[in-house]
Design a protein around this ligand. Structure first.
Ligand SMILES: O=P(O)(O)OC[C@H]1O[C@H](OP(=O)(O)OP(=O)(O)O)[C@H](O)[C@@H]1O
Ligand SMILES: NC(=O)CC[C@H](N)C(=O)O
Ligand SMILES: [Mg+2]
Length: 503
């Protein structure tokens, strides 16, 4: 997943962009970039965290009252700095674009660009497909008299031709700031506004938490197939009346988005508490009798507190997180993920010693975190460890912007719950049921439809067999380090009984 922002106001916007991106750092740690425009585009991008990439010296050069920013979590192409977003193109007018998501008809979209529009994409980052399709369609208009209808028309054709998930923000030089979403609204995108003495400043962002920090008023979600254009007089134009998402990614609520963000009317923290509360049924049915519920920081917290409340067992924070370590799951190599998990969490012995501990995490994806947590809790003297996931088993690759693209890397796609329990060396593993998750996020609750593909294998964009093959080939040729974490325990899983302190 990536974090995207865009600002358009009376003064230079570079500082607001950095501030906004910093609030979205949890969405991407690989690279970051900013493009602003005054008379020219000013571009700064590189690998690393926001604070590493943008120093005061660079920020001074990022002049302009319109601009966009990106925090990258790579899903297509390599991690090379040149593939960091934004991308710019000089025609028509000059465009700079960022996106969050993943294009799934890479080959046919690239072929069309070449054959129909005579454009050769330079990289294998899917952003080029969206940007050049849009640019080529825009170029067919009367550029001397470009209207908002022309812009929305080019957006509509792009939405028809480019398949997959994409929330995008584009600077159209000299014309304004454009945002549009894919036809299903898989990724989040919000519009906000702040009044200044010189007039309004508008912003688009992946998550509403940015607006809290920056003192913006939330205006609306950019829904499925919708586009919003802020013209040079700061007038806001909407393509399509607002509609609820058709397949919003439920994993945003479970893990990806920040707890203080509200997406399509749902506060992420509140949904996580609910996920914890509905887990109570399965926990009670399992017959376990924990002395204490603890969370796996950071994302397990709200579900753990919800579960503790529902089953009447005390909650404690018994795993302390090193605040200087980022997210482990979005690191691109298994060695890197393991390294972070090792350095990130430490148990408080006094709290866990001699206790039966129910440890709640938001999800078990590759099993990297859960295995380590069970081990360190046992080493700290826990009597029994039950590992509880507030998400159901993740059994199918995500092809819409979360980097779990191959089923070989998903532990639940390859093992039974019992085998997983043995592999992570827990006394019990309990997953959320898919039915309970779907009930919580059912469409009739008034928040629109959700994508549950990673739990069900049912992809809202239709048959995706070709794409799954493509991504596998791409992974093998570009990112040799994308080995499966779950592949390794295959042979050893059934042989291992839980042996608390050995390793
Ligand atoms: O089974 P795994 O492959 O280990 O993946 C799942 C883990 O990864 C995530 O944590 P992460 O460290 O990315 O972020 P967090 O600090 O927000 O929990 C998630 O919250 C789980 O803890
Ligand atoms: N996670 C994302 O949104 C990634 C965006 C884009 N596919 C990239 O790899 O840069
Ligand atoms: Mg975690």
């Amino acid at each position: 997943m990536c974090g995207i922002v865009g600002f358009y106001g009376p003064d230079d916007v570079a500082h607001d962009i950095v501030f906004g991106l910093t609030a979205l750092q949890h969405r991407g740690q690989d690279a970051a970039g900013i493009a602003t425009f005054d008379d020219n585009f000013h571009l700064c991008k590189g690998n690393g965290l926001i604070a590493d990439v943008f120093k005061p010296k660079q920020l001074k050069k990022l002049k302009g009252n319109i601009g966009i920013g990106h925090a990258r979590y790579t899903t297509q192409g390599s991690n090379d700095a040149e593939l960091a977003q934004p991308f710019t193109t000089s025609y028509p007018f000059g465009l700079a674009m960022v996106h969050n998501g993943n294009v799934i008809n890479f080959r046919s979209a690239a072929k069309r660009l070449h054959e129909k529009y005579h454009v050769l994409p330079k990289t294998n980052n899917d952003l080029e497909l969206i940007m050049y399709t849009f640019a080529s369609e825009l170029r067919l208009k009367d550029l001397d008299n470009l209207s908002v209808i022309d812009i929305f028309d080019a957006v509509e054709t792009t939405q028809e031709l480019v398949k997959g998930a994409y929330a995008t923000i584009t600077v159209i030089a000299g014309h304004g700031l454009l945002a549009f979403n894919d036809p299903l609204g898989i990724r989040p995108l919000v519009l906000g506004r702040r009044e200044t003495e010189k007039g309004p400043i508008y912003a688009f962002a992946s998550e509403s938490t940015c607006f809290d920090y920056l003192g913006f008023e939330f205006i609306k979600n950019v829904g499925p197939g919708q586009a919003v254009f802020i013209d040079k007089n700061y007038k806001v134009h909407y393509k399509n009346p607002y509609s609820l998402p058709k397949a919003f990614c439920v994993f945003e609520h479970i893990y990806f988005a920040r707890e203080d963000s509200t997406i399509h009317g749902r506060l992420v923290a509140r949904e996580r508490v609910r996920l914890g509360k509905i887990l109570a049924r399965k926990v009670i049915e399992s017959g376990i009798q924990p002395d204490m519920v603890i969370d796996v920081p950071s994302s397990g917290y709200f579900s753990a507190s919800g579960l503790a409340e529902a089953i009447g067992v005390p909650y404690r924070r018994a795993l302390v997180k090193n605040n200087h370590m980022g997210r482990s799951f979005i690191v691109s190599s298994q060695a890197g993920r393991e390294d972070i998990v090792k350095k990130k969490l430490n148990p408080i012995r006094e709290f866990v010693e001699g206790k039966k501990i129910a440890v709640v995490d938001d999800s078990i994806v590759r099993g990297t975190t859960s295995r380590r947590i069970v081990r360190i809790l046992r080493e700290a003297g826990a009597k029994e460890v039950y590992f509880i996931s507030s998400a159901p088993p993740i059994v199918s690759p995500c092809i819409y912007g979360i980097d779990m693209a191959m089923s070989t890397e998903l532990i639940a796609a390859n093992y039974t719950e019992e085998e997983i329990c043995r592999y992570i060396e827990a006394d019990k593993v309990i997953y959320q049921s898919i039915e309970d998750l779907q009930e919580l996020f059912s469409e009739d609750k008034g928040h629109g439809g959700n994508c549950f593909a990673c739990f069900t294998g049912q992809y809202p964009t239709g048959d995706v067999t070709k794409y799954l093959r493509h991504i596998q080939e791409e992974r093998q040729s570009h990112r040799g380090d994308k080995k499966s974490a779950a592949a390794e325990p295959v042979s050893s899983v059934s042989a291992k009984a839980p042996e608390p302190t050995e390793h």
